[in-house]
Design a binder for this molecule. Structure first.
Ligand code: NDP
Length: 329
């Protein structure tokens, strides 16, 4: 590989069920050159996110590198807003060097937080938690918030925003160490291990003795069923994700529709993409929380683009702890 070559990972086969290495190919190609209005980014970090699982199912993506958010430094710029060496965020791909339109890149300030944070706590991950609760949760002081996949990238921020807003916050996570982090470090009022619980409905009820006012749903399936049974009058279900369903045919789980009437429930799905324009407002607020120690975060950092497929699989086994990113040193 010459110094101007860069590696990328292409999708060669649509995976059925769990991710395996034979769906991907690592290739090396000459670094791209910028045309007018474009920039070339030397990616330092690539974000791996559960939503990418559906991109792997899409036949249109065969033979191409998967899209992914990146943070890196400008190598070459033919856009007046960027100079060589600038730190930026952009939608790139699973690759070491990305060519993007300058208009779609955004500067990041690595004096506020390390560069990788702009893919997690100060990126679309954090924006997902913030916009979901703000626009669809109807967050109210004194009420109870339940968060599934609570130690994950989005869930851990959603729970802490609930605490900042004066809520009682409970959640579940998949290891005892994750559960301990929630209650001992992040200030969750209650948490349990959903992978070892003998009866998840009972565990949710113990964690939320007054019932749940807002469910910030990340998991779906069995966990959602248990949470739904514990919703209280006027409860709001904010459907952020359903990760338990992404690697298989969705189970035809329909919550008891009569409960929507008796308990006056609402259920609302949302996409962070509809809130992209709010990213700077979010960063301003979250940077303050970080500075004041009100917002904490964890990352699982895996070195090397060649390890992206194996790392991506960890999102589904629960073998990540906080935001999962690839580092390309
Ligand atoms: P996480 O960092 O939370 O990682 C995924 C976690 O999900 C795993 O660590 C694991 O944690 C848990 N998990 C995986 N499989 C299962 C399963 N079968 N049952 C129960 N838990 C499981 O990822 P993110 O924070 O990036 O994403 C969290 C959710 O938010 C996802 O559903 C994602 O699709 C959604 N999302 C939605 C967006 C939107 O715009 N609506 C935008 C971004 C994310 P554990 O150890 O606790 O089991």
């Amino acid at each position: 590989m010459s110094s101007r070559d860069a590696r990328q990972i292409k999708l060669t086969k649509r995976p059925k069920g769990p991710i395996s290495a034979d769906s991907f190919e690592l290739i090396s190609r000459p670094a791209p050159e910028a045309s007018t209005g474009q920039v070339v980014i030397r990616n330092h970090y690539l974000s791996l996110d559960p939503y990418m699982r559906s991109a792997l199912n899409n036949a249109d993506n065969l033979g191409k590198p998967i899209e992914g958010r990146v943070v890196g430094q400008i190598m070459a710029s033919r856009h007046p807003g960027f100079r060589e060496g600038d730190w930026v965020f952009a939608m790139g791909r699973w690759e070491e060097i990305s060519l993007v339109e300058g208009a779609a890149a955004r500067h990041v300030d690595i004096n506020i937080a390390p560069a990788s944070a702009y893919l997690g706590v100060l990126g679309f991950t954090g924006l997902t938690a913030w916009s979901g609760l703000r626009h669809y949760g109807g967050l109210r002081e004194g009420e109870t918030l339940f968060v599934s996949a609570a130690s994950g990238a989005v869930g851990s921020i959603a729970g802490q925003i609930g605490k900042i807003g004066g809520m009682r916050v409970a959640g579940c996570a998949g290891t005892d160490a994750k559960v301990a982090w929630l209650t001992e470090e992040l200030g969750f009022d209650a948490a349990f291990n959903h992978r070892t619980a003998s009866d998840i409905t009972e565990s949710v009820a113990r964690a939320c003795p007054e019932g749940i006012d807002i469910d910030y749903e990340n998991v779906g399936g069995e966990v959602f069923d248990a949470v739904f049974r514990n919703m209280r009058l006027g409860g709001r279900i904010v459907v952020c994700g359903a990760i338990s369903q992404y690697e298989r045919e969705p189970s035809p789980c329909v919550p008891n529709i009569a409960d929507f009437i008796g308990k006056r429930l609402t259920m609302r799905g949302f996409s962070v993409r509809d809130h992209a324009a709010e990213i700077n407002d979010y960063i301003d607020e979250a940077a303050g929380w970080l500075r004041d120690g009100k917002l904490k975060y964890r990352e699982t950092i895996v070195a090397g683009i060649e390890n992206a497929p194996a790392a991506f699989a960890r999102l589904f086994s629960g073998d990540n702890f906080g935001k999962l990113v690839i580092h390309m040193p």
